[in-house]
Design a protein around this ligand. Structure first.
Ligand SMILES: N[C@@H](CCC(=O)N[C@@H](CS)C(=O)NCC(=O)O)C(=O)O
Length: 285
């Protein structure tokens, strides 16, 4: 049991606390230094990192390209959040919230800044009329599960993942609290996928692309080394769905973009054309 913490009357920024990620945190938003973002030749400029939130968008881009939509070509630049790239004036100019992913869409007369991963998914899905039903109950279902992902995953990542994998000191109370919530969420998803091929019904949608990077990676053993702790194999429907999506070309390609960590064959820090991914996936054993 750690020493009892009594919150002071007024919160103070205790920079001593935390771990190797603590220097990211600050109670203030905004740019910390001047630097422009690089710009490539395609109409879509993505600034991201291959974490689950980043993978959502690169999976959608690669699914669009795999569907033969050539106008979905994009440049993807690495934003290394450990190096504090998200606090450059250029990045903050696109996303005032300083979090990946962020997109600049230059297809119109004026560039459009798009941030928040779900907003980027909707923006691209509407632009290309793919993976988001135009109307009716299927569209509502897609939004239900897309918003479910955005509301739920922070408890998995910022809650469970933070205390189980990243915090220097392992504390029973938060780990118990968030393990319980992570398992409850997996159970919700498992029941939905018992009755449906994909999360929003019988067609793949952007909701699958938002949920797979978190919950698919988790049950496939790719997240936080927590598969055994959470007994993820008991969620058989989530596992079936995760494996099914893992086999798709767009998922295999999208999940490796903007990664500068993991195995050699899953690291494509920058992507400017299909070959950038091809040459790395060739190294896969
Ligand atoms: N709700 C945001 C969350 C994005 C997010 O949390 N990004 C993390 C990486 S996965 C980040 O950029 N963190 C950097 C920081 O907090 O400074 C979204 O869905 O786009």
């Amino acid at each position: 049991m750690t020493e009892q913490y009594v919150p002071p009357k007024i919160w103070v920024n205790d920079a001593e606390g935390g771990n190797k990620w603590a220097n990211i945190n600050s109670p203030e938003s905004g740019a910390r230094f001047e630097r422009e973002l690089p710009v490539g030749e395609h109409a879509f400029q993505l600034y991201s990192l291959g974490t689950p939130n980043g993978q959502k968008v690169t999976i959608l881009f690669e699914e669009l390209l795999a569907a033969g939509i050539k106008d979905a070509e994009y440049d993807a630049y690495l934003i290394n959040i450990g190096e504090l790239d998200q606090f450059s004036s250029g990045f903050v100019g696109v996303n005032p919230n300083s979090k990946i992913p962020a997109l600049v869409d230059k297809t119109g007369s004026e560039p459009v800044n798009v941030f928040e991963s779900a907003s980027i998914l909707v923006h691209l899905a509407e632009k290309f009329d793919r993976f988001l039903p135009k109307s009716g109950p299927e569209r509502t279902q897609t939004f239900n599960w897309l918003f479910w992902a955005q509301g739920s995953a922070p408890f998995l990542g910022g809650g469970f993942g933070h205390f189980y994998a990243y915090a220097d000191e392992k504390q029973e109370y938060p780990i118990n609290r968030f393990a319980m919530e992570a398992k409850r969420q997996l159970d919700v998803l498992d029941k939905q996928l018992a009755a449906n091929t994909f999360v929003a019904g019988e067609e793949i949608t952007i909701a699958d692309m938002a949920i797979w990077p978190w919950y698919g990676n988790l049950v496939l053993g790719n997240l936080y080394d927590a598969a055994e702790f959470l007994q993820v194999e008991t969620y058989t429907n989530v596992h079936r769905w995760a494996k099914q999506l893992e086999q798709r070309e767009g998922f295999q390609r999208g999940r490796v973009v903007n990664r500068s960590f993991g195995e050699e064959w899953e690291q494509v820090p920058e992507r400017h054309n299909a070959e950038d991914i091809d040459k790395v996936l060739k190294l896969r054993p």
